[in-house]
Design a protein around this ligand. Structure first.
Ligand code: NAD
Length: 483
């Protein structure tokens, strides 16, 4: 089976692919095997400058188009992604590791943002305020901001590109995107589609390569008006500090530490199904993955058993192999952290119900089996730090108040889950959770029409829905005196 995506330029600037003559290439590796599946050219600071300048030149013309005109290339891009979904999914599996079916789901989910924002371009709502005197009108309008630098992580290398680019350009902005160095090929394939979809030169630009020099140009350039970042808390804080001098708007979609709260009155089978999805999707490497499973004391044994049953049904392996439902972890560092979290939980009294190592026959440097731990103390690393692996630690609670207190005892505030059949409790606890998103009796949150994003240490950005467009628009208030 052909396991090569290809060597790509990686620099799409001013409407064309650039390949500087003496350039460093960055290898892209399959996390299942470590073999090279492609490469891209590493952008130099002057390549990044050129991309920013192209975006700045394109901005006035693009912003002046009607929303319908701006929606057209997005609609064409949506159709092209659907046409090429299998190819895009395969590339995603090869560079990111997630199983093929899951990769295709991601590609199609990303396509939804292209179509949604093609339409949403028509709805940058304004307001007319009460006048303060006769012959006066006070208007609030939303207008595009300018050049937006988008930085995306490796764990959703296709959909998060679409989820940033689509609202930014729909709102009349132009974009320079930097994908994660581990997974640039999905972005390259999407930019090929953007090219065919007919975006005017300079509206969408791509630069790949080492994060530090690219980030240095993007955060210091006076032409860049906003950084839209998805990734770790650490890098998010660094970018925020670096943007202070040029007072850029910084939108942060950072990590999470989702509590998954199960009350004794819940449908436990449903909770276990949703928990298995939330925990094992992308091998637990999602920002909204359940990281702490808080279970009411009387049912914690039953929830542990039900989850372990589901873990036993998971097949770990190479994402291209039919039947595999959990792929490798992205790299050795990720695997090391997962092992450390499990060892730490066990050393503090946690007990393994299943997993705890690589499944038989698989490379211990790349794979980790679905793991369920019970009796984990709330101060264990797995209960306080983002694990980013297929590990579910169960922590027991005795009352609604204790559940809320434990759930909120985190610097993060991205997603939380709550399972109960009591309608009053669903509202009470749902509203008391300090999280940007709360799912009640469900394990998924990333709907295209809903504002995805966090509070506290998880950042302040919103992607999806009306709020996703507003992130890229400035508010202008216009006072008109016509007396
Ligand atoms: P990361 O912070 O290491 O990298 C994210 C991006 O930032 C990559 O493109 C990387 O190259 C770039 N980067 C790193 N250093 C940089 C620098 N100095 N200047 C400019 N860019 C720099 O994160 P990751 O490991 O790729 O992704 C995993 C993290 O992302 C997790 O914490 C996860 O929870 C989070 N995440 C959040 C969301 C969300 O919507 N809130 C979604 C997906 C992932």
């Amino acid at each position: 089976m052909d396991r090569i995506v290809r060597a790509a330029s990686g620099q799409y600037v001013d409407g064309g692919w650039r390949e500087p003559a003496r350039s460093k290439r960055l290898s892209v590796r399959d996390p299942s095997s470590g073999s090279e599946v492609g490469s891209v050219v590493a952008a130099t600071p002057s390549d990044v400058q050129a991309a920013v300048q192209a975006a700045a030149r394109a901005f006035p013309g693009w912003a002046a188009l009607s929303p319908d005109e701006r929606g057209e290339p997005l609609r064409r891009a949506h159709a092209l992604v659907l046409e090429r979904a299998d190819h895009l999914a395969r590339a995603l599996t090869l560079e990111g590791g997630k199983p093929l079916e899951e990769a295709k789901g991601e590609v199609l989910w990303g396509a939804e943002f292209l179509l949604w924002y093609a339409e949403e371009a028509r709805r940058p709502w304004g307001e007319i305020l009460a006048s303060s005197g006769p012959g006066q009108r006070l208007y609030v309008r939303r207008r595009p901001r300018g050049v937006i630098a988008c930085i995306t992580p490796w764990n959703f290398p296709s959909s998060l590109v679409a989820r940033k680019v689509a609202p930014a350009v729909a709102g009349g902005n132009t974009v320079v995107l930097k994908p994660a160095e581990q997974t640039p090929l999905s972005a390259v394939l999407l930019f090929e589609i953007f090219h065919e979809a007919g975006f005017p030169p300079g509206v969408v630009n791509l630069v790949c390569g080492d994060p530090e020099p690219i980030g240095a140009v993007l955060t210091s350039s006076p032409d860049v008006r906003q950084i839209s970042f998805t990734g770790s808390v650490e890098v998010g804080k660094l970018l925020l500090r670096r943007c202070a001098d040029s007072v850029k708007k910084v939108t942060l979609e950072l990590g999470g530490h989702a509590p998954f709260v199960v009350f004794a009155d819940a449908d436990l089978e449903l909770a276990a199904d949703k928990l298995a999805f939330s925990k094992f999707q992308n091998a637990g490497q999602t920002c909204i993955a359940a990281n702490r499973v808080l279970v009411e004391r009387g049912v914690s044994g039953e929830v542990g058993r039900l989850l372990a049953e589901r873990a036993a049904e998971v097949r770990v392996g190479d994402g291209l192999e039919p039947g595999v439902t959990v792929g490798p972890l992205i790299d050795g560092a990720a695997l090391g952290r997962v092992r450390e979290h499990v060892a730490d939980a066990v050393s503090r009294g946690g007990r393994l119900l299943c997993g705890g190592s690589e499944p038989p026959g698989l490379d211990p440097e790349r794979f980790f089996g679905p793991t369920v731990l019970t009796g984990v103390p709330p101060d264990a690393r797995v209960a306080t730090e983002e694990t980013f692996g297929p590990v579910a630690p169960l922590i027991a609670f005795s009352s609604e108040e204790e559940a809320v207190e434990l759930a909120n005892a985190s610097e993060y505030g991205l997603a939380a889950y709550l399972f109960t059949r009591d309608l009053g409790r669903a509202h009470r606890v749902g509203e008391a959770l300090d999280y940007g998103m709360v799912a009640v009796n469900d394990g998924a949150l990333g709907w295209v029409q809903a504002p995805f994003g966090g509070i506290k240490g998880s950042g302040d950005g919103r992607e999806g829905g009306r709020q996703g467009l507003e992130e890229y628009l400035d508010v202008q208030y216009l006072s008109v005196n016509f007396d």
